[in-house]
Design a protein around this ligand. Structure first.
Ligand SMILES: [Fe+2]
Length: 258
């Protein structure tokens, strides 16, 4: 028998018609492509300059004097213990989208000063990671003049770039002549390490590069900066994980004494 239009004939000719009705057959759906595998999270060990930066910070907290203060010595130990655990754990590294603010026009000068100061190693390492820094303000409400004179960039913390839930490390940059209004950090112990510029806190002293200044939790402080150079500080915050993940930065005056 010839001219039969059975299934065998369809298969042989590759016909796209329904054998019974002659209507075009729906094409077979393409199989879904397999999802691409998730990229492995990046780790600190893959970012050599960032690891050296933490090493430089660790050196500062290990070698700088506590000036005879048991409270400062205890803070230094807490920071370097946290840093030691952080580096030992080879934590995730979460690259940030680089961000600038008006004050970062002064960053190259501040880094030049830092690289020629007592913390030169950290200053040079910072110059290498500077293109990867995300500078921000951190406050919902901020005095207008401050927006062109201040910004900070985090180095480590719950938001990265180096992931940590027990310490926040960062940089704060001020333009010459800046005034950083009264503020406090509830539940967070803060130290500043001076890298460049001359500045004062609460009109109590003038701090030069190499100085370490401790602000205990809730202690109000106001910063003024000399007018001859920008001021670059590294800072470390030690506190509970809940506080570090939502520090709630705001300006305010200290409560009046009864
Ligand atoms: Fe502060």
């Amino acid at each position: 028998m010839t001219g039969a239009a059975g299934p065998a004939a369809e298969t042989a000719t590759g016909s796209a018609c329904d054998g019974a009705t002659g209507a075009p057959r729906e094409p077979e759906p393409e199989p879904e492509p397999a999802p691409a595998p998730e990229p492995a999270p990046q780790r600190l060990s893959q970012w050599a300059d960032w690891r050296w930066l933490l090493t430089d910070l660790d050196e500062v907290y290990r070698r700088s004097s506590a000036g005879g203060s048991a409270i400062i010595r205890s803070h230094q130990k807490r920071v370097r213990d946290a840093l030691g655990r952080l580096m030992q754990s080879n934590p995730p590294f979460i690259p940030r989208q680089p961000e600038s603010r008006p004050v970062t026009a002064h960053l190259p000068r501040a880094l030049d000063l830092a690289a020629n100061g007592p913390l030169a190693s950290m200053g040079r390492t910072l110059s290498r990671v500077a293109p990867e820094l995300a500078w921000e303000y951190g406050y919902d409400r901020m005095p207008g003049a401050l927006a062109s004179r201040y910004a900070f960039a985090e180095l480590a913390g719950p938001r990265g770039p180096v992931a940590s839930d027990e310490v926040i490390l960062g940089l704060v940059l001020f333009s010459p002549g800046a005034v950083y209004p009264q503020h406090a950090h509830e539940g967070i112990e803060e130290s500043y390490v001076s890298l460049a510029g001359a500045w004062s806190e609460n009109d109590a002293a003038v701090y030069a590069p190499g100085s370490l200044i401790l602000n205990r939790p809730g202690q109000h402080h106001r910063i003024t900066v000399g007018d001859k150079a920008p001021c670059l500080l590294a800072y470390a915050w030690i506190g509970g994980a809940d506080r570090l993940s939502a520090p709630g930065m705001r300006f305010g005056k200290p409560p009046r004494k009864a």
